[in-house]
Design a protein around this ligand. Structure first.
Ligand code: ZN
Length: 296
């Protein structure tokens, strides 16, 4: 009896929004969206990559890159030890995974924040990994997708964390100048320095429903402006209504929407046509255009 109780407890998850108990397998099948209320559970970067990319297409880059305790930050446990512990627990060295993969056949450069790794916070290694994947997109002429889930800058790295905002904005500026598209996907939560830089700088900014998106917390803002904030303040739908997002996309639609967008944007940008198997075949004259460009 004891055993069956333990098993059933493992198989059930309580929805954080409606408090309903949901079968774990049902939840997985529904991409971790509550069947009762539509609440989108937070995903790890690995789950997110499985959800968005074609099976087996992800090729990780800079997996060994990780932050160090450059400031000798006074923390308990010490920052260096904390990094090692989180790395052991999550199986990753940093709070972002970067690389290349295919979204419904379309080759992309991709970065995905991993919230379980210190709240997806952006230190120097996160900024460097993202910058490198943007530079890879530039070099290979690939569209860029970044999925954010982050509490913001990593306080243990102080100014080194904050400067990543400018560094990423500059790298994204080079991508834009090269005419390559960047689609940003904001998920729950996207706040602080990540919201204020890389996450809201997409050519197209998408968000999952009800995701918390903002810079400072609502309490700080309410105190500063001395006003009561609306109930849906800093949620995707509120930002959409106020022109900060291009679309709120439910998780089951995300991959398809992303693929459609990327094909549309790729057709306008000079993305390597051979990289999008379907797009290249479908677009008449693509081969001729490629021959012309290559001078053949
Ligand atoms: Zn629910």
């Amino acid at each position: 009896m004891v055993r069956s109780e333990a098993t059933s407890a493992e198989l059930l998850t309580r929805c954080l929004e409606c408090a309903e108990l949901v079968n774990r397998r049902t939840l997985e099948r529904r991409l971790f969206v509550c069947p009762q209320c539509g609440y989108h559970f937070r995903l790890t970067a690995d789950q997110r990559l499985r959800l968005l990319l074609d099976r087996g297409s992800f090729e990780e880059r800079d997996a060994d890159l990780g932050s160090r305790d450059v400031l000798d930050f006074p923390d308990e446990p010490p920052y260096g030890q904390r990094l090692a512990e989180v790395a052991a627990r999550t199986g990753h060295r940093e709070a972002v995974l970067t690389g290349t993969g295919r979204v419904d056949g379309v080759l992309v450069a991709i970065g995905v924040f991993n919230f379980p790794f210190m709240g997806g916070s952006m230190g120097s290694a996160v900024g460097e990994k993202l910058t490198r994947v943007i530079e890879h997109a530039l070099g290979e002429r690939l569209p860029l997708v970044i999925v954010s889930a982050s509490g913001g800058a990593r306080m243990q790295e102080g100014i080194y964390s904050l400067m990543q905002m400018a560094k990423l904005a500059a790298a994204l500026g080079r991508l834009r100048a090269a005419g390559l598209p960047y689609v940003s996907v904001l998920t729950d939560p996207t706040t602080g320095g990540v919201a204020a830089s890389v996450a809201l700088l997409g050519d197209v900014n998408l968000a999952e429903p009800r995701a918390l998106i903002g810079f400072a917390g609502p309490r700080v803002i309410a105190q500063t402006i001395d006003e009561q904030l609306p109930a849906d303040f800093q949620r995707s739908e509120f930002l959409m209504k106020h022109g900060m997002l291009d679309a709120v996309v439910a998780r089951p639609e995300l991959r398809r929407t992303l693929a459609r967008l990327l094909r549309m944007l790729n057709a306008r940008a000079a993305v390597r046509p051979a990289d999008d198997g379907r797009g290249a075949r479908r677009r008449p004259g693509a081969r001729a255009a490629r021959r012309r460009r290559d001078g053949a």
